[in-house]
Design a protein around this ligand. Structure first.
Ligand SMILES: *C/C=C(C)/C=C/C=C(C)/C=C/C1=C(C)CCCC1(C)C
Length: 239
């Protein structure tokens, strides 16, 4: 069972390990801080903790999966995303709700995120030969979310919710535009029928492993960082 310990040069396994730890620590932090959070912001901070907690459980599993098989846990990444990305959409709804966001906005965001992830999974795993088509549909849903948070309803409502909410929404919008863009890049690089389909790289297995490292770092920034923006809003905004 030699391969079940992390070799000191196994950076993929190492980032899965440290990702697990970081997500766990962040969850404990958000959950324990709930007691010090004003009731108005409590649900938002709770959702931050749920996002990192769901990720922690997946990372714990993916860490073991990767160590035992040496493979990329693509399926479990998507299970994680399909739970955590809609919850990030819930965060946008919760912070603009005080400025009058309607439940319809929440459903639009959740629906777009589900379209983005389901079509992405089809293109990456089930129908990779048509991954360009699926990637375009997924990308359209992604841009729709980016549009809503940069210029659409979310952006407009946040402007009327006071400068702190407007500022936090703008930072979260940067997460969506830049932080989330890592994932489609990995898709383009990794899928058979994708734009590049790994034809650019000689060693496909090594390339997929470096994608895992990039995803692991991106996830930590996108999930913990996102939660910390909400947390700091909950500290600074008046009740
Ligand atoms: C914590 C996990 C996050 C924030 C995951 C986000 C995932 C995406 C924004 C994925 C987007 C994709 C596309 C826009 C096109 C290709 C397929 C996907 C699913 C990788």
């Amino acid at each position: 069972m030699e391969h079940l310990t992390i070799a000191s040069d196994n950076y993929v396994a190492f980032t899965f390990f440290i990702g697990t730890m970081a997500m766990m620590a962040a969850s404990v932090f958000f959950f324990f801080e709930l007691n010090n959070t004003s009731p108005k912001w409590r649900t938002s901070v709770l959702v931050s903790g749920l996002i990192t907690f769901i990720a922690a459980v997946h990372y714990y599993y993916m860490r073991g999966y990767n160590l035992e098989t040496g493979e990329s846990p693509t399926f479990f990444r998507y299970v994680d995303w399909i739970l955590t990305v809609p919850l990030m959409c819930v965060e946008f709804y919760l912070i603009t709700k005080k400025a009058g966001a309607k439940i319809g906005l929440l459903w639009k965001l959740i629906f777009a995120s589900l379209v983005m992830l389901v079509t992405g999974y089809i293109g990456e795993v089930l129908d990779p030969l048509n991954s360009v088509l699926w990637g375009v549909i997924s990308g359209a849903a992604y841009f729709y979310i980016a549009y809503l948070v940069w210029f659409g309803e979310v952006a407009k409502l946040s402007q009327t919710a006071g400068p702190l909410v407007a500022k936090a929404t703008r930072i979260l919008a940067w997460f969506v535009l830049v932080g989330w863009a890592i994932y489609p890049l990995g898709y383009i690089l990794g899928t058979e029928g994708g734009l590049f389909g790994m034809k650019l790289v000689a060693d496909k297995a090594a390339a997929l492993h470096s994608m895992d490292i990039v995803y692991n770092i991106a996830d930590a920034i996108n999930k913990i960082g996102f939660g910390l923006v909400i947390y700091s809003l909950s500290r600074n905004a008046e009740d």
